[in-house]
Design a protein around this ligand. Structure first.
Ligand code: MSP
Length: 659
């Protein structure tokens, strides 16, 4: 029988900065859901990626002195970048899209053209308020205290020729979708959307820009680039092969089963996205789920606030699985939650070290100590089960069903709470049955002891299966310790109490989740964060400043002039020297030799205006005369010598005196 498909996506991330723990939250949630569906027997496609166009990236790249593509490449593909982070976090995405990928670019151009041909995109002129960091236009009524309603920053007046999407045409259908179906979840988000955006009247949406160039060009109107949200939203379909030949999975996976998105982008996903799909006459995704934010001290995390929590540091210090677990266990998925390092450590200690870790280590230790690791044949049956036996087995047997309904409702925190009820029950069962007391008389109580341990192993196995989407690696270790092979880790076997063979070979392995010392861990964390901040700074060393003073008249004797490079070439037989022919404003060319070939190629410098000291006595270098010296800035960076010529504004005429 063909497997049922399940297509799930994360938002594609802006690679404008390093990702923080808030971004990691959504990706881990999507990963846990994807793994759960695979466990459940679905053919899953899990998509994530990066949203690389737009003014914000263009500006940041400019500030960094690189091209936008170089800038995003570094954050997406570079060390400790987006892809590295997902690898570290054990994210099992099947596909990764970059909106700068060729196939996506050409598909978006075709999509734009289709909506234009249909009459749903038309040309007009845009006057409005624009929030540059959010790349969003807002109407006056949407502004909060005159500022962007999303990020609270000031907006600017903007007017430009632009294309518009007839969003207003789809207002009725979108309202119906939101109000009368379960498209948008949780339900509370529906009221927000209807009240804030649909009731006031949906205006047509500006979908092209002419004020910057870093975007997908509108191929039938030079100068316009496609609005970043149109480009971004269609990633969910182009990554499957929609209007491109790169992939061929559109028929198989579209429509998406669910898009997981943060609450601030629910508007784009639940209003604009369905309207554009309606225009394209494409099926709509089945669900959009708007999750809450992780907050720090009650406020949203953001790089500009300087309170970002680095997922690399947390994962390296506490372990990937512990971090994944904490994110999913602690914060109700649809609501906001306050992140803190203390809470993270507490959760690891309580749930993982005390409850789960102890259950596994006590059970396997006792199986080892009393039975050499292998329980006797027949131990799963007990002629007169006690109330505690029945309660534990009943809870563990019913666990898969309870867990499933929570996962299907996109409530991973509740699914985990169900698992932990069983884990806690199992720990209590150890206290109630007191295996160490039974072991005192093995002849009399050996059978009962084996039965107790069997029940514990079996409850642990079922919990392990259901925890595996959240903590894949640790659960593999858990299975190895209780002797559960691959066929005992399946969804089916999670619903079958007694599937574990009575004589499964158990081993007391490493402690899965060692207890963390809070004070020590917080101090280590602080040190790691400080080291990270330090290493982010270029390790620059500068020449020490001279203390010897020069009187003003002596200083004034040096004649600094702006000089224009007319020609520049390498000096034959010299590795270092460049020969400059310079216009110094006197009408006669000046020649200066400079040992900077290591830092510049001659052709880079022709036409530039530099600064030279022109009243040094001429001197000969490699047989050629040098009349003066070019000024540059020098320093050492991570042990490497760096040099930058002082290049000044072209508006400064050759010969101008610098004083
Ligand atoms: N590029 C757009 C999404 C386009 S999808 C077609 C975008 N990118 S983003 O990098 O700014 O944010 C990506 C996701 O991370 C969003 O869903 C956002 O809500 C989420 N988070 C960013 N900070 C967050 C928290 N502090 N907490 C939880 N999620 C947060 O938006």
């Amino acid at each position: 029988m063909e497997k049922k498909t399940f297509y799930i996506t994360t938002p594609i991330y802006y690679p404008s900065d390093k990702l923080h723990i808030g971004h990691t939250y959504c990706t881990v949630a999507t990963d846990a859901m994807a793994r759960y569906k695979r466990l459940h027997g679905f053919d899953v496609c899990f998509l994530t990626g990066t949203d690389e166009h737009g003014q914000k990236i263009e500006t940041k790249a400019g500030e960094a002195g690189v091209t936008p593509k170089e800038f995003v490449d570094r954050i997406v593909e570079g060390p400790r970048g987006v892809k590295d982070l997902w690898k570290l976090m054990n994210i099992s995405n099947d596909r990764f899209i970059r909106t700068t990928d060729d196939y996506h670019v050409s598909a978006v151009q075709r999509i734009f053209r289709k909506m234009y041909d249909k009459g749903d995109i038309y040309k007009g002129s845009y006057k409005g308020k624009y929030c540059t960091p959010c790349e969003s236009f807002w109407t006056d009524s949407q502004l909060k205290d005159g500022c962007c309603p999303d990020c609270g920053r000031p907006v600017v007046d903007a007017e430009e020729e632009a294309y518009f999407f007839r969003l207003s045409k789809y207002a009725g259908k979108v309202r119906d979708l939101l109000e009368n179906t379960d498209f948008l979840q949780p339900r509370s988000r529906v009221n927000e959307m209807v009240k804030n955006f649909i009731d006031p009247g949906l205006e047509d949406l500006c979908v092209s820009r002419t004020s910057f160039t870093w975007g997908i060009p509108v191929d039938f109107d030079q100068g316009h680039v496609v609005y970043v949200w149109v480009d971004a939203l269609f990633n969910y379909t182009t990554a499957l092969g929609f209007l491109n030949d790169r992939y061929d999975d559109y028929e198989k996976y579209w429509p998406a089963d669910v898009h997981f998105v943060g609450k601030e982008i629910v508007r784009f996903h639940s209003i604009i996205w369905p309207a554009m799909l309606m225009s394209m006459e494409m099926p709509l995704p089945k669900h959009v789920f708007g999750h809450g934010w992780l907050l720090l001290d009650g406020g949203k995390m953001s790089k500009s606030k300087g309170n970002v929590v680095d997922p690399y540091i947390l994962a390296e210090q506490f372990g990937v699985d512990a971090l994944r677990f904490f994110l999913m266990r602690t914060f109700p998925f649809g609501s906001d939650g306050n992140f803190s390092n203390e809470l993270l450590i507490q959760t690891i200690n309580t749930d993982l070290a005390n409850d789960l870790g102890n259950l596994v280590s006590r059970t396997t230790a006792m199986a080892g100590k009393y039975f050499g690791g292998t329980l006797p044949q027949g131990c799963s049956r007990w002629s007169a089960p006690l109330a505690c036996d029945t309660e534990l087995t009943a809870m563990a047997s019913a666990l898969r069903g309870a867990y499933e309904s929570q996962m299907e409702a996109y409530a991973p925190h509740n699914a985990l709470a169900e698992v932990f009820k069983v884990i806690q029950r199992a720990n209590k069962y150890i206290d109630e049955t007191a295996p160490w007391a039974l072991a005192k008389d093995m002849e009399q109580n050996g059978g009962r002891l084996a039965h107790v341990l069997y029940n514990l192993l079996e409850a642990t196995r079922i919990c392990g299966i259901l925890l595996s989407p959240f903590m894949p690696e640790s659960c593999q270790k858990l299975f190895a310790q209780i002797g559960a092979g691959a066929d005992l880790q399946t969804w089916d076997s999670a619903g079958t109490w007694g599937a574990l063979p009575e004589t499964a070979a158990t081993t007391k392995g490493e402690n899965l989740f060692p207890r963390i010392d809070m004070d020590q861990a917080l101090a280590d964390l602080e040190a790691a964060e400080a080291a990270e901040r330090q290493s982010a700074l270029p390790a620059i060393s500068l020449e020490p400043q001279l203390t010897e003073q020069v009187d003003f008249d002596t200083f004034c004797k040096s004649d600094f002039r702006a000089v224009k490079v007319k020609a520049c070439e390498a000096v034959k037989k010299s590795e270092k020297l460049l020969k400059f022919t310079l216009d110094d404003g006197t009408g006669t060319d000046r020649q200066i030799l400079s040992g900077i070939h290591k830092f510049y190629e001659p052709e880079q410098l022709v036409g530039k205006t530099l600064v030279a000291i022109v009243n040094l006595p001429p001197r000969k270098m490699m047989g050629q005369e040098s009349c003066g010296m070019l000024l540059s800035a020098v320093h050492t960076e991570q042990g490497e010598e760096k040099l930058h010529l002082i290049i000044v504004d072209d508006a400064i005429p050759a010969g101008a005196k610098l004083c």
